[in-house]
Design a protein around this ligand. Structure first.
Ligand code: ADP
Length: 584
């Protein structure tokens, strides 16, 4: 076996091994502070230095101390930061390393203040370079002994610095991304809470209040207000919410920004939030200290809907506050638009209800008159058969019209919440026979040879209901039962107590309802397409009104039906409290 000469000396070997070890350790952490500590301790250990300093460029381009430690791994205090600024600056600017074995006698540095004042001797400083840029300086020194560092140390520290700079840069980017992600996540969560609050607000003032509350809190503002654009020949802002020291001025402000205040207009036209420092306030009023402000417009399809303004008397706002306000404005714009639409819809609905109410009231008078005169015509007779028939047709059609008018009036009253329900304890055994005995109902059924039976148990408890509305429900259901049954088919009304309720059923043996149609029952204007049904007159409003009347009295309605077999409409009414026994 031939003996091979080692490629590197044993001292060099030991150093390379140390370098390998530290580069391994460097990859172990992505935490910036930890990485900086590892770099510093490793640099001290590799060069056998007494102290080590690491400086990094901050975003403004200033070189700042990030870590300073001694050979025992202890952090140094600020007063111990006695290093040669000249050496550091030279390395940072030129990107070339510096080694000096006795700085006090080195012609390059001997004259410099820090070398003299701090009695500096052996210094080793290398640049930290990552992605082709100088990111900082690694500096180790020894105050007590001369000639500690040599070219070998410089090479070793240079090699190490290359790896260290990349590890630091990675940790810095990772920490930055991590922090940015955490901040973004926190903001998303906040936005989610804000959205939830905004979505429950239906009125403009409520939306503005929620938005202002969050804006003041998050931007740590002392005051603020929300103004909504009012349409008109001259666009105007109406202040709908306000808080803080500026509150007393808000109404003045609302008037002041008409037409747009130039600064507001700037926010509107650029579509971004605007920051104004103290003294350059957008809305400075005479006699009022000029505040710092952020103005953010709420835009919908590029159109300004409103504006939110937050103010501080002295401290300016940072960019984060302006960004937050802009995002808040984006979210609130949707809620504000919804609130506007809701208000418009409510107004349209109110107008419609009012219109129907007026028209139905006005129609009642001439219809009563037509009815009266047709009755009179019959009395003043003699009429021939054809005249009788014509008058009968007029009478029937006026009857249909007055039913429709009263149904429409009921619907408009229910929609506007004006329908009054007068709940009283009622005895169904007295109320139901009376409702069933209406002459019109009886004669219509008699014409189709249909019987109407009433099945009531003797111990039926009193119910809590509105007598007239209960009669209306029963009449609607019976009139459907006989209308949608062939001649001769009987109709039954039954009642029974169940828990705290009485269930009333109207049972027919008529045409029945197809399952697909059952799903559409109770909606306004629904009528089945079946010819049997269509040949009967009707508007498709009766069941809709019936269901709402049942629910207004605390009950529920349902149907069981099969085509060709008949239908059972059943609804519940609460038992009157005095009629309830403790067991119920
Ligand atoms: P209208 O009777 O004026 O059509 P309703 O609202 O009372 O209006 O009824 C809506 C529709 O429900 C009817 O057109 C019919 O198709 C169906 N319907 C209601 N009651 C019955 C019933 N007892 N039997 C069969 N179909 C019915």
């Amino acid at each position: 076996m031939t003996k091979t000469r080692p490629l590197v000396s044993s001292a060099e070997h030991a150093r390379l091994a140390a370098l390998y070890q530290v580069s391994h350790a460097l990859g172990a952490s992505l935490n910036l502070d930890e990485t900086l500590r590892i770099v510093m301790d490793s640099a001290i250990r590799l060069t056998r230095a007494e102290r080590g300093f690491l400086m990094l460029f901050d975003p403004t381009g200033a070189l700042v101390f990030r870590v300073a430690r001694d050979a025992h791994g202890e952090p140094l205090e600020e007063r111990q930061f006695e290093i040669s600024r000249t050496v550091v600056n030279q390395v940072a600017q030129t990107g070339t390393p510096v080694v000096t074995t006795d700085a006090r006698n080195d012609p390059r540095f001997a004259k410099h203040d820090s070398i003299i004042t701090f009695a500096l001797r052996s210094i080793l400083a290398v640049p930290l370079k990552a992605r082709g840029q100088i990111t900082g300086v690694l500096y180790v020194d020894n105050k007590a002994r001369n000639a500690l560092f040599g070219q070998e140390d410089l090479d070793l520290l240079g090699a190490f610095a290359g790896q260290a700079a990349v590890a630091i840069e990675n940790a810095r980017l990772y920490t930055q991304t991590d922090q940015a992600l955490a901040a973004r996540l926190a903001e998303l969560q906040t936005m989610q809470t804000i959205d939830r609050e905004l979505n429950t607000a239906l009125e403009t003032a409520q939306v503005a209040g929620v938005m202002l509350g969050w804006a003041l809190r998050r931007a740590q503002a002392e005051g603020g207000w929300v103004g909504v654009m009012e349409d008109g020949p001259e666009p105007q802002l109406r202040v709908v919410a306000g808080s803080g020291p500026a509150v007393s001025d808000q109404f003045a402000l609302g008037a002041l920004v008409s037409p747009y205040h130039p600064r507001l207009q700037m926010a509107f036209t650029t579509g971004s939030s605007q920051k104004f420092g103290p003294g350059t306030a957008p809305l400075g009023l005479a006699g009022r200290a000029a505040p710092a402000a952020v103005v953010a417009p709420l835009l919908r399809e590029g159109r300004p809907l409103a504006v939110i303004v937050v103010e501080r008397q002295r401290r300016p706002f940072d960019q984060a506050a302006a960004d937050f306000l802009m995002r808040l404005a984006d979210h609130a714009a949707i809620a504000l638009e919804n609130a506007r639409l809701y208000a418009a819809l409510k107004q349209a609905n109110d107008t419609k209800s009012e219109f129907v109410r007026t028209v139905s009231h006005e129609l009642k008078i001439p219809m009563t008159s037509i009815k009266g005169y047709t009755d009179l015509l019959k009395m003043v007779g003699p009429l021939n058969e054809q005249q009788e028939q014509f008058i009968g047709t007029i009478r029937n059609n006026v009857e249909r019209m007055s039913l429709l008018v009263s149904d429409l009036a009921d619907i408009s009253r229910m929609e506007s919440g004006r329908l009054k329900i007068d709940l009283r304890a009622l005895d169904l055994r007295a109320v139901l026979p009376e409702a069933l005995n209406q002459s019109q109902l009886r004669s219509a059924m008699a014409a189709k040879q249909q019987s109407l039976a009433l099945e009531l148990p003797p111990d039926l408890p009193l119910v809590l209901a509105d007598e007239a509305r209960l009669g209306q429900i029963i009449t609607n259901l019976i009139s459907n039962a006989y209308k949608y049954s062939p001649p001769g088919a009987p109709v039954t009304v039954a009642a029974q107590a169940e828990g705290g309720l009485v269930r009333l059923s109207v049972i027919d043996h008529g045409y029945g309802i197809a399952p697909a149609d059952q799903a559409k029952l109770f909606t306004q204007f629904f009528r089945s397409e079946e010819p049997n049904i269509r040949e009967q007159t009707g508007w498709g409003l009766g069941l809709h009104i019936t269901k709402r009347l049942v629910e207004l009295q605390g009950g529920q309605i349902n149907v069981q039906s099969a085509p060709g077999q008949g239908s059972t409409f059943a609804f519940t009414v609460p038992i009157a409290p005095s009629a309830l026994t403790p067991g119920d």
